[in-house]
Ligand binder design. Structure first.
Ligand SMILES: [Fe+2]
Length: 280
């Protein structure tokens, strides 16, 4: 059907032999979904993938998010979100399209119903930099000592896109309508993956404060846990080739992009995020 090659001893697998030119049959999709749950990050080798086929593939996972930041919608598909540093002449503009992606985070944690799979197709990739790194949030939780686990067992964190995007990274501020559409929400700091039933740490860069804790104390706790969550031996660092496709499970990994020279190198990705559930 397809072959699976683990990318690290812990997470990530390369999947060969899936042809996205056609709708996947149910048996193939179920097997892919099992691999998604097992490996957390799936990499597909370079191939052509039209925007329509990407959205169709995403819909197999569940309901696809229409992102509130509607200036990024791509190719007539409101489900697709394109991040590009190219200007209208196709030349690198020098402007990084989303600096927030450089910090470890999990997609859609700023919504009540958070991100399940993120599905990214790399249209243009720089020769160096612009990597995507993944870390395992099951492992992040399991490696905390008993004192930490006890301390955070019942905590909830407030996730806020306006915080992470506007105040922290100095991006274009959200419009008033976008801000009203996406007020801060709170989620458990330790969530149980709804399908594998394993516990994972759930924080990242959108997490602003801890419910019931003084603001500064909550900020410090979040910063400390976000740093503790990343273990080199539980991570996968991907250097992209153009036209690769990557799918990951936001419920149990954090990810970040690395910097690249946006003045001389192009980087264009086409992304969609599948909605999951309210974390518990
Ligand atoms: Fe992201």
């Amino acid at each position: 059907m397809f072959s699976v090659r683990p990318l690290t001893p812990n997470l990530g697998a390369e999947i060969r032999g899936v042809d996205f030119a056609h709708e996947l049959d149910e048996k193939t999709f179920r097997a892919l979904y099992r691999a998604f749950l097992r490996y957390q990050v799936l990499l597909f080798p370079p191939q052509d993938l039209s925007p329509g086929r990407q959205v169709a593939f995403a819909r197999r996972f569940g309901e696809v998010q229409v992102h509130v930041m509607n200036q990024y919608h791509a190719d007539g598909y409101p489900e697709l979100y394109r991040l590009s540093n190219l200007d209208e002449h196709g030349k690198p503009s020098g402007r990084h399209p989303d600096r927030g992606t450089l910090a470890w985070h999990t997609d859609g944690s700023w919504q009540r119903v958070t991100g399940q799979a993120t599905i990214i197709y790399g249209e243009v990739m720089p020769d160096s930099g612009g990597e995507t790194h993944f870390c395992d949030m099951y492992g992040a939780y399991e490696r905390l000592d008993a004192a930490w686990k006890g301390r955070i067992a019942n905590l909830r964190a407030v996730h806020n896109l306006d915080f992470s995007r506007t105040r922290r990274h100095g991006e274009d501020p959200l419009t008033e309508a976008q801000r009203l559409a996406k007020p801060p929400v709170d989620h458990p700091v330790v969530r149980t993956h709804p399908e594998t039933r394993r516990k994972c740490l759930y924080l990242g860069d959108h997490a602003e404060s801890i419910v019931g804790m003084p603001y500064a104390e909550g900020r410090a706790l979040i910063e400390e846990l976000n740093a503790l969550a990343v273990h080199a031996d539980l991570s996968y660092e991907h250097h992209w080739r153009p036209r690769e496709l990557i799918v990951w499970d936001n419920r149990c990994v954090m990810h970040r992009a690395t910097a690249y020279d946006a003045a001389t190198q192009g980087r264009v990705i086409r992304r969609c995020t599948v909605l999951g559930e309210v974390p518990a």
